[in-house]
Design a protein around this ligand. Structure first.
Ligand code: NAP
Length: 267
């Protein structure tokens, strides 16, 4: 079977480099190019030992023209990811996107572009298997317990808050429950913002500090009991089985698929 030609957008970043390594190790994939304005004129081999001697492109448009990939993987940042997706779908290149911070309008636009160009895409706020199981379990518990809180912690360089995973978890829990969680209102604040954000009655707290990769705890409360569902990430390699699965499956999909769960349930 022909190898899947993969181009990585954000190849100089923490996730981009990890994806590059995973693609290089996968027997059924070929790393054909990378984009990162911060590393233009460097070669992929300068970013990672053993990577091909291919020059890093400054823009996705440039990389698409030079490499003709089957799939673009994007781990960049909110604010640039939409331009990258538009460029790839325009060229009918399937997209696997891990960048977080999408608005509802942006997701709708990507879905429309996928349909317009007959080209599929996967956007997953979390590619780790454990985190997807955490969301599924939290969704099940949400229907049966009245109070909920989500506490997420990420490294100090994460730009968006709450994390895409935390927001997706809150949305899925609210939807599964069919009504807002109980949410006690505080009358006197000694510190502004101390109750965190709120979605559907669930409070959401975001912690940013060095030493953390990506952790999330979902707390559910009922009379006399608390349920704690915790996911701890110790390394970025936890995202790679999900990213590779999406690269393998994306071209078989119809339109935009949001989240990894639909792909996991078919394996
Ligand atoms: P990062 O280290 O900052 O990497 C992002 C890279 O993209 C940087 O090198 C950045 O360069 C580059 N970039 C900026 N504009 C670009 C453009 N137009 N085209 C191509 N590359 C561009 O961040 P990270 O930790 O790898 O995370 C990247 C994204 O993935 C974030 O949104 C994060 O929340 C998300 N993430 C998702 C998952 C998941 O499972 N879905 C897991 C982890 C992280 P500059 O530094 O010069 O801007």
């Amino acid at each position: 079977m022909a190898e899947i030609r993969v181009m990585v957008s954000g190849v100089g970043g923490r996730m981009g480099r990890t994806v590059m390594g995973a693609v290089m190790e996968a027997g059924d994939m070929e790393l054909v190019g990378g984009v990162d304005p911060a590393y233009r004129r460097a070669t992929l081999s300068e970013l990672m030992t053993g990577a091909p001697e291919i020059e890093v492109a400054e823009t996705v448009v440039e990389a698409l023209a030079a490499t003709g990939p089957d799939v673009m993987v994007d781990f960049t940042r909110p604010g640039v990811v939409m331009g990258n997706i538009r460029a790839a779908l325009q060229e009918r290149v399937a997209c696997v996107v891990g960048t977080t911070g999408f608005s509802e309008e942006e997701l709708n636009e990507v879905a429309g572009l996928c349909d317009e160009h007959g080209t599929p895409a996967v956007i997953a706020p979390n590619f780790s298997i454990g985190a997807n199981l955490m969301m599924k379990f939290a969704e099940e518990a949400a229907a049966l317990m009245d109070y909920a809180a989500i506490i997420e912690a990420h490294h100090e360089n994460k730009l968006d808050a709450p994390s895409g995973t935390a927001l997706t978890t809150a949305e899925r829990m609210r939807e599964a429950r069919g009504e807002d969680f109980e949410h006690q209102q505080t009358e006197h604040f000694g510190l502004e913002g101390v109750r965190g954000g709120e979605h559907g009655g669930a409070s959401v707290h975001s912690i940013r500090m060095s030493g953390v990769v990506a952790n999330q705890t979902v707390l559910l409360g009922g009379p006399g009991e608390t349920l704690k569902i915790e996911h701890i990430t110790t390394g970025r390699e936890c995202f790679m089985p999900g990213v590779l699965l999406a690269i393998r499956e994306v071209r078989r999909l119809d339109g935009l698929v949001v989240g990894l769960e639909a792909l996991l349930m078919n394996t």
